[in-house]
Design a protein around this ligand. Sequence first.
Ligand SMILES: Nc1ncnc2c1ncn2[C@@H]1O[C@H](COP(=O)(O)OP(=O)(O)OP(=O)(O)O)[C@@H](O)[C@H]1O
Ligand SMILES: [Mg+2]
Length: 254
Amino acid sequence: MALLDFSNVWVEYGDKVVLEQVDLSIEAGSFVSIVGASGAGKSTFLRLALGQERPTRGSIWLDGEPLTPEPGPDRGVVFQRYSVFPHLSARDNVVFGLDCAGSPLLGRLTGARRRAAVAEAEEMLEAVGLGDAINVFPAQLSGGMQQRLAIAQALIKKPRILLLDEPFGALDPGSRLDMHELITRLWREHGLTIMMVTHDIKEAFKLGTRVLAFDKRRRDPQAPHRYGSTAVYDFPLDKKDAVIPDALTQMTAR
Ligand SMILES: Nc1ncnc2c1ncn2[C@@H]1O[C@H](COP(=O)(O)OP(=O)(O)OP(=O)(O)O)[C@@H](O)[C@H]1O
Ligand SMILES: [Mg+2]
C-alpha cells in the first residue's frame, strides 16, 4: 500500500480549474521532486497533501484512510522563507513545535516535560548545524541558517512526511549545496518521505528519487482557466546520472 494516494483529485475555484485528474501514489521513503511553471498548482498540490486544502473532487488517502482535513503531526512543512517566529530564539522556535504537537489541549509544556523538550530541541538544532546559535533570534541568522531552523522546527514533531515548498529558493549557491547535503542526510536518517517543490530542475533530479512535472494536458486559448494541471511527467530515478529530458527543460522554462 502506498503512503499517500491521490485518486482523481481536482481543485477548482469557481470556474477556474487549478488541478485536474491527479492520480498519484506516493511510496513511503521516496523523495519526490515537483517541478512546473509558475501557477501550475505545485503549492496547491502540497497544501492538499498537508490537509490544508480539500479537493473539490476526488479523494486523498493516507495509509489507506481518508486524509484528515487538518494538518496532522505526521506531516511537517517548510516554506521558501518566513516560516520561523521572529520574536522567539532558535531554541524556542523549535520548542514551540513541540508545544503545539505535545499538548494541544493543555497549552505550553511545563516542568520535566518542558526540560525534556528543550533538550530535544537543542539536539535537533545541533543536527541541522545550528548548535552554536541556540540563543540567537532569526533576524541575526543568515537565510540558510533560517531555513535550517525551519527544518528543525518541522522535524522535531517527527513527521513521516516532510513537505518542502521551494525551501532553498532564496539561498545563494553555496548555501544551497550545504542544504542539499543536510536534507539528504535527514531524509535517510529519519526515514522520511519528502515532497519538494523546486524551480531548479537540476536540484529536482539531484535530490529526488522521482520527479513529477505539473502542466496542463489541454489548453483552451479563449478560456485559459478552463483546464487545470496534472502530473504530465513522472520519472522514477534509479540512477543519479539520469539525463534531464529536453521537453521538461522547455516546459519549466515557460
Ligand atoms: N484561493 C484561491 N483562489 C483562486 N485562485 C487560486 C487560489 N489559490 C491559488 N489559486 C490559483 O491556483 C493556481 C495555482 O497556484 P499555486 O500557488 O499552486 O501555483 P504554483 O505552481 O505553486 O506557482 P509558483 O511556482 O508561482 O509558486 C494559480 O493560478 C493561482 O492563482
Ligand atoms: Mg508555489
